[in-house]
Design a binder for this molecule. Structure first.
Ligand SMILES: N[C@@H](CCC(=O)N[C@@H](CS)C(=O)NCC(=O)O)C(=O)O
Length: 196
């Protein structure tokens, strides 16, 4: 029995799960769930994940798991994607929680409104651009001094953060302003590897 991953490739949260599953060499079936047409809210899907969201995975024993951060932690347990030292593991979680609370709700949301809902800049909350650039500036400062977010090596923190950062231009964010971020994106893409 394989793992089943329910996901939509337009979603960075789903891609995090795919990349970690691929990096770990896990056998899985990928089921496309079109979030734009409401497939995550059908009665059948809600039985798998009552929150009506992807990514959702069903493990070979039938148990299901949601939330990209929880899934990638489960998939990567015991691997080099999770640092060995307790402090570094906690630091990795610090970045992953920051991504979910302060980065994804801004950069991914602006991308969704601009790129997928085709809203003009005037129709999008102007604070998203300001806050998104503040996030990117924070990352740029860190990545100007180090190659990876935690413990000198690729970890789940980089994977969580790269997912929507590499899509930031679709949200109207100019990554040419952030050369250290651009180099880091290339490093993460090469290390995983990520298909273009
Ligand atoms: N914090 C969750 C976010 C899950 C989420 O918001 N999923 C979106 C796609 S990125 C979704 O399923 N949207 C469909 C909907 O709400 O109908 C995670 O990291 O997995």
């Amino acid at each position: 029995m394989k793992i089943t991953i329910y996901g939509d490739r337009i979603s960075g949260n789903c891609l995090k799960v795919k990349w970690v599953a691929d990096r770990m060499g896990l056998a899985y079936d990928w089921i496309d769930v079109d979030i734009l047409s409401g497939e995550a809210k059908t009665p059948d899907f809600l039985k798998l994940n009552p929150a009506g969201q992807v990514p959702t995975v069903v493990l070979p024993d039938g148990r299901s798991l949601a939330q990209s951060g929880a899934i990638i932690w489960h998939f990567a347990e015991g691997s080099d994607l999770i640092p060995a030292s307790p402090f570094d593991r906690a630091k990795m979680l610090e970045w992953m929680f920051w991504e979910q609370y302060s980065h994804e709700p801004i950069i991914a949301v602006r991308r969704f409104h601009k790129h997928y809902l085709s809203k003009t800049d005037d129709e999008i909350d102007p604070s998203l651009l300001v806050k998104g650039n503040a996030c990117l500036a924070r990352m740029e400062t860190v990545l100007s001094a180090q190659r990876w977010f935690v413990a000198g090596a690729l970890s789940l923190a980089d994977i969580a953060l790269v997912a929507y950062t590499r899509f930031a231009p679709e949200g109207g964010f100019d990554l040419d302003r952030y050369p250290a971020i651009r180099s880091w994106i290339s490093r993460v893409e090469e290390a995983l590897p990520i298909e273009p």
